[in-house]
Design a protein around this ligand. Sequence first.
Ligand SMILES: *Cc1c(COP(=O)(O)O)cnc(C)c1O
Length: 472
Amino acid sequence: MSQNIINTAYDSEEFRKLGKKVIDLLADYLKQVQRDEIQVNKYEEPVNQYEYWKGYADGNDPIKFYKDLLEKSMHIHHPKYMGHQVSAPVPLSAIGSMVSSLLNNGMAIYEMGAASSALEKIVTDKFCQKIGFQNGAGVITSGGSLANLTGLLTARNVKIPENIWNDGQVKNYGVLVSSESHYCVNRALRIMGFGDRGIQKVMVNEEFKMTRDGLEDAFANAEKQGIKIFALVANAPSTSTGKHEDLVEMAKFCEAKNLWLHVDAAHGGAAIYSKKYKNLLKGIELADSVVIDGHKMMLMPGLMTFLLFKDSKTSYRTFQQRAQYLWEDDQSEEWHNIGKRTLECTKFMASTKFYLCENYYGEQLFEAYVDKQYEITEKFAERLREHPAFQIATDPECNILCFRYYNPELNKEQLNQINKRVRQQILQENEYYIVQTLLDDRVFLRMTLMNHLSSVNILNELLERILNIINN
Ligand SMILES: *Cc1c(COP(=O)(O)O)cnc(C)c1O
């Protein structure tokens, strides 16, 4: 009997039958969602969601289960999805995830993912060329948080003369980090043993960007405390407000102080494909390491992140532990044993879907997408600038936009209450999905225009809805 269960679970015809049904279900879903025929979300309080699934009776019926799962999930392919920076994956890439999952090649060592390892070299080398790293190399990691940790580990091993990897934590080193950096940078540095003193905050200007003066101040302040700075993390762009650092200025500073420049382009790296917007990334080729998320602006499903190094050799300095049972010579630079350069041992075959999408649609897919999303955000910002009841936090540079209801007769606290109420009500209505952020203690509504079907019309309707909520 138990042998029968195993055979059934692996039956290829069963897989074919079910798989076709699931693809049909997803294709119907995609059509409905993209046409705005169902709501963007079905928000429920955590306890209700939990109770629903706890009492769920159809867990043994895959099609019913997937139908119910779709209904209870956030619809990122919906034109009124404008929340967090997660891509609506191109469907071809989702098929790629399924294929990779079935193959499940682990990739840590070459034999366990020969094709996907070669493809990883091909796509990362190409990306290096694209951003201007002539002798660069990279890896794909499971997400931007891990890529930032990996890049900073490399910076530490390359820049600090003491052998921290073998001897343990060395005191009195630190990294300059923008006060607007993603929280995962702070977390990565703490994991690496840099506490409060090792994370030296650089204050940003009113445009949410680091300046040369701010850098000099933070550097001098660190020196005064006896902390030797060895790296700088710059945003391209920052998460909350989507503002890009002046990377040329950042690189000059790093050159003058002999620092590693790590550019966190998790969100905005895709702009390198756009003739119109790649200027935002001017100077990125001067970085030592760059992080670009595939699952944000590159239309891939999560998780896949490019971690690219200017000097391919440094990419082999991240980890210095020995794992002789896997690799005969730990010191040699073997691109094909990718586990030598990633924290992951077993890893998803992410390179394959990116390779296919890039070749099937061409790079112009990324260009068209970036252009479209950035342009519509600018149009919406124009509309908001003209509107007396709204205020934008800062001029948008990409597809991230922060704005709030504003009335000069109300004080900060009153305005915060109103904007919070708006966001809460929008969340519960399920008609639109937007988020909120806090900037200088002021609550802003925050949107990232991730969906290619979002339009100025939809945005105008959203503004009307917000005003309605406020006036009722
Ligand atoms: C999203 C983001 C991250 C985190 O990436 P994950 O892939 O979500 O782990 C890091 N930095 C920036 C600037 C981001 O926008």
